[in-house]
Design a protein around this ligand. Structure first.
Ligand code: SAM
Length: 246
């Protein structure tokens, strides 16, 4: 099998012999930065048709075309896990998005909370980070990025069949994360991470009274939001997600 170090996320359908037009940025990366040319191999995916080995059939300064040769991986999605997070500072929010793609989530849901203190969350920028992270980590699907919405509205419309794991820095006496996660049945899940200022008393009360919410304490120290996101995503994957597979 031909080894291709370049991996690109594309929008077109993928099928045997299908040609795939590169964007200007992809052509620049492939031919200007990576110095690839006609006949070079690349791997492509679009989030729907699996991963394909392709070859360059047209190489220009600002454009290029690939042709699909054979499918190398069947389409597969991440487990049905969502990440709800209050956007924090730009670079830290980008970190959360990138790590969530690497660790495997199906949906990213930015929520505004009483103490959210961040610049405007840009879905288009987040989607670009999702694509980049998916290209780099070998993911086959792209988590959807929801429009930011107030936490109260998201909770009011919640499907109660989806368990919401609330990273609660104020939780006490609820057991270790290992015990909490072991007590849960596999199924649709979500993780909720608060902003730098944590959750307001009203939000805490609202979360405590919802039957679909399970609080989780992540040890005795206060973690930054992005650390808490990575820690709880990893715990969930190890107990209920695709890290449980051999
Ligand atoms: N301002 C809050 C305080 O001082 O108590 C800290 C908020 S923390 C920086 C941001 C978010 O990360 C929290 O709202 C929570 O969701 C999560 N988090 C941080 N440390 C945690 C812990 N030890 N256990 C559970 N969640 C934690």
């Amino acid at each position: 099998m031909v080894q291709a170090k370049i991996r690109l996320c594309v929008d077109q359908p993928l099928a045997p012999g299908q040609s795939v037009a590169l964007t200007e940025a992809q052509a620049h990366y492939l031919f200007g930065v990576m110095r690839e040319g006609l006949g070079s191999p690349a791997r492509v995916f679009n989030g729907r048709d699996g991963e394909w080995l392709a070859e360059v059939i047209e190489a220009g300064k600002r454009k290029g075309t690939l042709r699909c040769l054979e499918r190398t991986r069947a389409q597969a999605g991440p487990p049905d896990l969502w990440l709800l997070f209050a956007p924090v500072k730009k670079a830290r929010t980008e970190f959360i998005v990138e790590k969530a793609v690497e660790l495997g989530v199906a949906r990213l849901v930015p929520v505004t909370t009483d103490y959210t203190n961040a610049e405007r969350f840009r879905c288009d920028k987040a989607e670009a980070h999702v694509r980049e992270a998916a290209e780099q980590c070998g993911a086959l699907s792209l988590p959807a990025v929801a429009e930011p919405a107030p936490l109260a509205r998201v909770l009011a419309r919640w499907d109660e069949g989806r368990r919401l794991l609330w990273a609660d820095e104020g939780a006490a006496g609820i057991g270790s994360p290992r015990e909490v996660l072991a007590s849960l049945a596999p199924g649709p899940s979500a993780i909720l991470i608060g902003p730098e200022g944590g959750f307001s008393p009203a939000e805490r009360e609202g979360l405590r009274t919802r039957p679909f919410v399970t609080p989780v304490a992540l040890g005795p120290r206060i973690l930054r939001a992005e650390t808490a996101a990575v820690a709880l995503l990893a715990l969930w994957q190890a107990h209920l997600g695709d890290w449980t597979r051999a």
